[in-house]
Ligand binder design. Structure first.
Ligand SMILES: [Mg+2]
Length: 330
């Protein structure tokens, strides 16, 4: 049974993790600690009174806008790609803008927040990549970090959700490990927000579906191994900062999802510790923070996100509105 609190928690939680991590995206852990103290960054750094999120949440909003643009499931892939082309336009100074989605009425989205170069170059070329015909060989995490809203669309089953998540990532990321984590992530969000799964149950169940759908994928064994490692580490007594290091730095899709799954499973009742752990490391802090925040925000609902992360978050009302519109779709 879908739950509005969880829809709102998913989008606000992702933006919160993204905004916390964006401040330290390109910093090593030792430098984060030198700057913010032994706990690392534990609260937003405000710019003109606002906590700014990055391209991860921008693109997440455009994924949602694409889904909201049509009520015909067969049209979802094209609608998402058109929305990504809209996002691309927000990152350029092209005066001849033709937009597909209503998000172009939001002036705050017309700014660059360290956009991924893979996304930019693929979308400059029309975003025409697919799983069957890859546009490139990128497995950057830019494919996975934007696909949470696909799990919030009512009426899709597990295979449709995984497939759409993979398709949405493959527009820009051609490597199996660029799109496969996106399909799994979308399905985890669906299980958590619409079927009331916990993080661990959603992780194992979504991984099982991915296995069934892509049994011959060359990189499936590597993907399954790191996701299972993340879920096992969350059950272990390993120190969180060491556990995250064992999973990598999150610049690539499978590592970003693994780190986020670990953090959300390890701190399943503590949003603050979840996103702090997801951003205070050497790697791609905003993306791991965003994915972890989407997952645990969906699990705990909006009320599970501490006030300090809801206050001052930029475009907060828009995040709530988009979550509500996705909820009302079906
Ligand atoms: Mg980013």
């Amino acid at each position: 049974m879908k739950n509005l609190r969880k829809y709102r928690g998913c989008l606000v939680g992702g933006a919160a993790g993204d905004a916390l991590g964006y401040e330290v995206e390109f910093m090593r852990r030792r430098n984060i600690i030198l700057k913010f103290g032994p706990e690392g960054i534990t609260d937003y750094v405000l710019r003109n009174g606002k906590a700014l999120f990055s391209d991860d949440t921008q693109m997440t909003l455009f994924t949602a806008a694409g889904l909201l643009h049509t009520s015909v499931p067969e049209e979802y892939p094209d609608a998402i790609r058109d929305a990504y082309l809209d996002w691309y336009l927000t990152q350029t100074d092209d005066p001849h803008k033709e937009f597909h989605t209503d998000l172009l009425n939001v002036p705050e989205l017309f700014c660059r927040r360290a956009p991924g170069l893979t996304c930019m170059s693929a979308l400059q070329n029309g975003g025409k990549g697919s799983m069957e015909h890859p546009f490139n060989h990128s497995k950057g995490c830019g494919g996975v970090m934007r696909t949470a809203p696909i799990g919030l669309v009512p009426g899709l089953d597990e295979k449709q959700t995984v497939l759409l998540g993979c398709q949405a990532a493959a527009f820009t990321h051609g490597h199996e490990l660029g799109w496969m984590p996106a399909g799994m992530f979308s399905e985890m969000i669906r299980l958590i927000a619409q079927e009331n799964y916990d993080i661990r149950g959603a992780g194992y169940t979504a991984l099982h579906t991915v296995r069934m759908m892509f049994p011959d994928a060359e990189h499936l064994p590597d993907f399954a191994r790191i996701i299972e490692q993340a879920l096992e580490l969350a059950e272990s007594t390993e120190m969180p900062e060491k556990a995250v290091m064992r999973l990598g730095e999150g610049w690539v899709g499978e590592e970003a999802l693994a780190i986020a799954v670990y953090c959300a499973a390890k701190f399943e009742d503590d949003f603050d510790m979840c996103i702090r752990t997801a951003v205070n490391h050497n790697g791609d802090s905003d993306s791991t923070g965003a994915i972890a925040g989407n997952l645990l925000g969906a699990k705990l609902g909006l009320s599970g996100i501490p006030e300090k992360y809801q206050k001052n978050l930029e475009l907060y009302d828009l995040l709530i509105t988009i979550a509500d519109q996705l909820y009302q779709k079906g």
